[in-house]
Design a protein around this ligand. Structure first.
Ligand code: 5GP
Length: 207
């Protein structure tokens, strides 16, 4: 039976069908930029050494201190688009004007090996993954408020004013979709948020 292609990314998984994660477990984490999601992911990776972090591909420029192959694989828009054509992405999205995508090969290999995989992706990407891997554990991280988020983005100092405004507009849209996630954590106090995040992961132990 032919399935309808998703509206947003018509190039994604043309042979789409629901897939089982072959014994592995997928954790999908989304949050508005500046909510502390990277810190939570880092803490979870330290607490659960078996957890595999999927390094995304992006066309945005590296920020100060970011390394290719560690934080992201930084590639050009033309390479990203060529890979869309080849069906290399299990999901991809344009976020804040740049492409971001997850390697289908990497994800399939890890899940076939029965590993627990952590994906830090946006809401559009989360929906695509859930369509394909409906058993994924979805977690949304909320800022305490939009004002607190603005202050964080400004003090972080990694984004210019225009980029901060884009991120705040996007944050409102993403927060409006939080109920789509199985778990929602408000990152008000970092230590409590780390515990809540790790408690969820601990509920799905390695196979
Ligand atoms: P940043 O540029 O601040 O690192 O990330 C911006 C946004 O892109 C975040 O919401 C992050 O979760 C999302 N993102 C990172 N990697 C991917 C990916 O592979 N796919 C999708 N759909 N979003 C991603």
């Amino acid at each position: 039976m032919k399935r309808k292609k998703p509206k947003k990314n018509p190039d994604i998984h043309p042979k789409a069908g629901r897939e089982q994660s072959a014994g592995g477990c997928l954790f999908i984490v989304s949050a508005p930029s500046g909510t502390g999601k990277s810190t939570l992911c880092q803490a979870a990776r330290e607490r659960f050494p078996d957890l595999v972090y999927s390094i995304s591909f992006t066309t945005r420029s590296p920020r100060a201190g970011e390394k290719d192959g560690v934080d992201y694989f930084f590639i050009s828009p033309s390479e990203f688009e060529a890979r869309i054509g080849r069906g290399d992405w299990v999901e991809w999205a344009k976020v804040h004007g740049h492409y971001y995508g997850t390697s289908a090969d990497f994800l399939n290999q890890q899940l076939s090996a029965g590993r627990r995989v952590l994906l830090d992706i946006d809401v559009a990407g989360a929906k695509q993954i859930l369509n394909r891997f409906p058993e994924s554990v979805t977690i949304f991280i909320m800022p305490p408020s939009l004002d607190a988020l603005r202050r964080r983005l400004e003090t972080r100092g990694t984004d210019d004013a225009e980029s901060i405004e884009k991120r705040l507009v996007n944050a409102e849209k993403e927060i409006a979709e939080k109920d789509f996630y199985r778990h929602v954590i408000v990152n008000d106090r970092l230590d409590a948020a780390i515990d809540a995040f790790c408690d969820i992961i601990a509920r799905y132990p390695p196979a």
